[in-house]
Design a protein around this ligand. Structure first.
Ligand SMILES: C[S@@+](CC[C@H](N)C(=O)[O-])C[C@H]1O[C@@H](n2cnc3c(N)ncnc32)[C@H](O)[C@@H]1O
Length: 249
């Protein structure tokens, strides 16, 4: 087989060997990913229902239990690429297109990667949400009106160093929380993705200062071997002191 044939070469130096080992690891994990995808019925279901990826079913399941997406609501979707949460948000905030008399919702989607257009959503592609530029652009777009719900499925690209990756997703969570505090209506909601770890209870405690109720959710569509969980914070209390540059105090 191709990688082992390369191993036979006698004059391979250490750097080449390291490169080869790295390639092998990547090849093995891509094979595992492919076979997992093939065995995953949510992947098939996503194709069947024309969703861009299986993540759609996580949001659909959360929404079935909590009813957070309703016709007429304004939604911000952070980390939206390829766009399946946006597709669900557009459907649900426009009553699945079934009832024309119901108010139309607004969905604004952001990702540092490309998001191909989705009818009914305002798309902001190639925009890194950790930059001031991104926050300014979104705030300009929503104007004086506030939003009903902020969704964040943002996740950093995994480095393979578990603790580092967890720290990075927690960083993204706090960024989403700070931003949500700026743009959410009183009584609005926030749904964020986390990777389970010792920081999660602290995150929950911080959220309790700003929201009336906090719930941890693990939808069936979220792989059982993944540490991914979602925190739903409901009933934004508002902030008495205005934020300065997105920071408290
Ligand atoms: C799990 S995917 C989101 C899937 C999406 N919810 C869907 O249903 O199609 C996580 C996304 O977070 C995005 N992301 C991570 N860090 C980001 C950042 N700083 N700014 C914007 N997007 C970011 C990644 O580019 C990636 O597309």
């Amino acid at each position: 087989m191709f990688p082992w044939a390369l191993l036979e070469r006698k004059k391979m130096n250490f750097a080449r060997m390291a490169l080869l080992v790295d390639c092998l690891k990547r090849w093995k994990s891509s094979q595992q990913w492919l076979s997992r995808q093939r065995a995953d019925h949510y992947v098939e279901k996503a194709k069947m229902y024309n969703y861009r990826c299986r993540s759609a079913f996580k949001l659909l399941e959360i929404n079935d239990k909590t009813n957070i997406l309703q016709p007429g609501l304004t939604v911000i979707d952070l980390g939206a690429s390829p766009g399946s949460w946006t597709q669900v948000a557009v459907q649900k905030t426009n009553s699945d297109g079934a009832d024309e008399s119901k108010p139309k919702g607004k969905v604004l989607s952001i990702d540092k990667l490309q998001i191909f257009p989705i009818e009914g959503a305002t798309i902001m592609s190639n925009l890194d949400f950790s930059t001031v530029e991104a926050h300014t652009k979104v705030i300009q777009l929503i104007g004086d009106s506030k939003v009903d719900i902020v969704l964040s499925d943002m996740a950093p690209s995994a480095t393979g160093v578990r603790e580092l990756d967890k720290d990075r997703i927690i960083g993204l969570c706090y960024m989403a929380i700070r931003f949500a505090a700026l743009v959410t209506k009183v009584d609005g909601n926030l749904l964020i993705k986390v990777w389970d770890g010792k920081e999660v209870p602290i995150l929950e405690m911080d959220l309790e200062r700003f929201y009336k109720s906090i719930k941890i959710l693990k939808p069936n569509a979220s792989r059982s071997d993944s540490s991914e969980k979602f925190i739903l914070a409901r009933g934004f209390k508002g902030i008495e002191r205005p934020l300065k540059n997105g920071r408290w105090g």
